[in-house]
Design a protein around this ligand. Structure first.
Ligand code: NAD
Ligand code: GLY
Length: 373
């Protein structure tokens, strides 16, 4: 089991990562938090596989766990769901000494973290991520949120967990599509920060015979990739916890990605898939602006194409995606900003690139020319 000390200005907390360690969660957590009542929040898919093991382990260490199983899915990231958690916590008499535990992917993590940040003005919470995306991204860095009718993640806080406990063995039950969505974030770290990580992913993909696959299912290589990703995100968050500047590089692929998600009403892409398409679009934009060379652009496109991404939705037009982009811009009250790579391992902020070039990139993506040819 690996232990990493995650540091932020707000607080430091340990992150544990290993294979087949879920049954040790309780005893490990009890080294940092005295046993106490614990609200364990999960969704149906995850709870069926892992809730009992997690609860048993917490009980073994002296905690008093209560399980709340939600339906899951993006719609669950709502004030209504947070209210369900408050009610359960109140009815079980949880005070400020209790702890909330998020057992699941990014949806459960963001929601539980938000509820923990606001219940009784804040109780400790623990992330037990069970998706690749949550292990490498959402469980670390302290962004917690619920969605609003007017947009995603609009109601939230920066609230760091007290501990993160990731068991990669839980990924064995994760559907391949979800795994690929998480791999998109790993590729992202390679592009924004670490050319060696990117090259390692390329090397791995070359050993996989299937064209639309990046890594063999159950590969032992996954754990070191996750570790490297966590270290990169940890470093960026340490340097800029509140996203004043540097942390914005983590949004690589998100400007186009969010626009695709919004334009398709959050019903077509998984979050990581939209980010992956957004990354492909961003590198094409960088190439067209003569910021990124053709070879690097093609290397990125080739790797992203391994994620078996869905075809662009047939009913989406360039205008709809442009509108979604500019809606974002208006909402932020600032210029349209893209994170673009100048080479693999290095990105910078590009403000207001020419609209006709942005439109051309969107058109190429929607026609399937970027990723599906
Ligand atoms: P998710 O939480 O919806 O999980 C994906 C699916 O996999 C769900 O159906 C879930 O039930 C299932 N699942 C989870 N673990 C499983 C397992 N081990 N075995 C079988 N099934 C399992 O989605 P996600 O991709 O983990 O997270 C997406 C969310 O994360 C979005 O809401 C996004 O906004 C958020 N996010 C937050 C941050 C952050 O910094 N806070 C960063 C990135 C993404
Ligand atoms: N997922 C982007 C961030 O944590 O900042």
């Amino acid at each position: 089991m690996y232990t990493i000390n995650m540091r932020t200005r707000q607080k430091s907390y340990p992150l544990f990562l290993g294979r087949g360690i879920l049954q040790n969660a309780g005893p490990v957590i009890s080294r940092y938090l005295l046993p106490r009542p614990a609200l364990v929040v999960s969704d149906k898919n995850v709870a069926d596989h892992y809730a009992e093991k997690c609860l048993h382990s917490l009980r073994r260490a002296g905690f008093k766990p209560y399980l709340e199983v939600l339906n899951g899915g993006e719609k669950e990231k709502s004030l209504a769901a947070a209210s369900t958690l408050y009610e359960r916590a109140l009815k079980t008499g949880m005070d400020r000494q209790s702890v909330f535990v998020a057992l699941g992917g990014g949806v459960i993590g963001d929601l539980t973290g938000f509820a923990a940040a606001t219940y009784l003005r804040g109780v400790p919470f623990i992330q037990v991520p069970t998706t690749l995306l949550a292990m490498v991204d959402s469980s670390i860095g302290g962004k917690v949120a619920v969605n609003h009718l007017l947009g995603k993640n609009l109601i939230g806080a920066f609230y760091q967990p007290s501990l993160v406990f990731g068991d990669v063995a839980t990924l064995h039950t994760l559907p391949e599509r979800e795994l690929n969505a998480g791999l998109a974030e790993v590729i992202k770290y390679g592009i924004i920060w670490d050319a060696n990580l990117f090259a390692r992913l390329e090397h791995l993909s070359k050993g996989v015979a299937v064209k639309n696959k990046l890594i063999e299912t159950g590969s032992r290589q996954l754990l070191p990739l996750i570790l490297r990703s966590i270290l990169i995100k940890g470093k960026v968050v340490y340097l800029d916890e509140k996203e004043k500047n540097l942390r914005r590089i983590l949004n690589f692929g998100h400007t186009f990605g969010h626009a695709l998600e919004t334009a398709s009403r959050y019903e077509y892409y998984l979050h990581g898939e939209a980010v992956a398409c957004g990354m492909a679009m961003a590198v094409r934009l960088a190439e067209m602006l003569h910021i990124l060379d053709r070879v690097s652009k093609q290397r990125i496109i080739n790797l992203v194409a391994r994620l078996n991404l869905p075809f662009p939705p047939v009913n989406l037009s360039i205008n709809t995606v442009m509108e979604a982009l500019f809606y974002d811009k208006k909402k932020e009250g600032e210029e349209l900003v893209f994170v673009l790579p100048s080479r693999i391992g290095k990105v910078f902020m590009c403000k207001s690139p020419p609209a006709n070039i942005v439109e051309k990139v969107i058109g190429e993506y929607l026609q399937g020319d970027l990723l599906h040819n």
